[in-house]
Design a protein around this ligand. Sequence first.
Ligand code: SIN
Ligand code: MN
Length: 280
Amino acid sequence: MRSATFVEWSAMSPYQIVHIKPGVIHYPGYFDVGEQVKLVTSLRSLVADAPMFTPTMPRTGKPFSVQMTNLGSLGWISDRQGYRYQRTHPVTQLPWPPIPQWLLDAWHEVGDYPLDPEACLVNLYSTNAKMGLHQDRDEADLEAPVVSVSLGDTGVFRVGGTARGGPTRSFHLESGDVVVLTGESRLSFHGIDRVIGKTSTLLRDGGRLNLTMRRVSPRDLSRIGYSRERAAAHVAAQKKGPYLMAGRIVETKLRIPQARLNPAARTSLIERLTPCGSKP
Ligand code: SIN
Ligand code: MN
């Protein structure tokens, strides 16, 4: 049975809070238009140092329809070798830029979690891009929420339960909206059916940006069944890098070849992240 959506208006909070179902919380218009313009301007300089790349599917090597980059101490990537978190950009080999304070503030305000996020995945959708239903399960700390911020054109977000093939429902994510997946819905299947073009003027050439923050490292290694030795090795490897995957350290030296970096993306993204009405 579909659980009822209920909307909460709290005297303590200036935001509308829509409980789509337990653990799926939607904050429509969390960032107002003025804030969104500032946010895009701040992202513009960050992604200049960490250019967007086109990830590929594990095994098949099929390219994703979204372009990606990351902010934070760990970044999520996908290529033929699989999904994983790593400390450096696969093309530049440089550490990812830091997660800006405005995103950390949003995480703490809506996420109700004591530690900062380690990873912020930045997805750029053109109007024909989408993201299939998937679970965010490459993180060892599943007590931490997933907090996602949408900017630009409206995305049709689909969310189900924790079993593939179960019932799903969809709702619109507009520019400035925030969604939290937490508790019993932390591992819910979710994806973007489509992006509705011309619904926002935030990005100069349209499209949608999604920023997804996650905690990756286990909060308490012993609680997920690690021996003391394995926990110590895990923590040491995390400090050194370079590659980390939930519960498993991946020591590949694989890089995404330069050729796979969309050559137009670096400059075009910086252009696109010029909010409408502001001078580049
Ligand atoms: C994601 O699940 O990585 C992105 C979801 C979104 O674009 O809203
Ligand atoms: Mn996801």
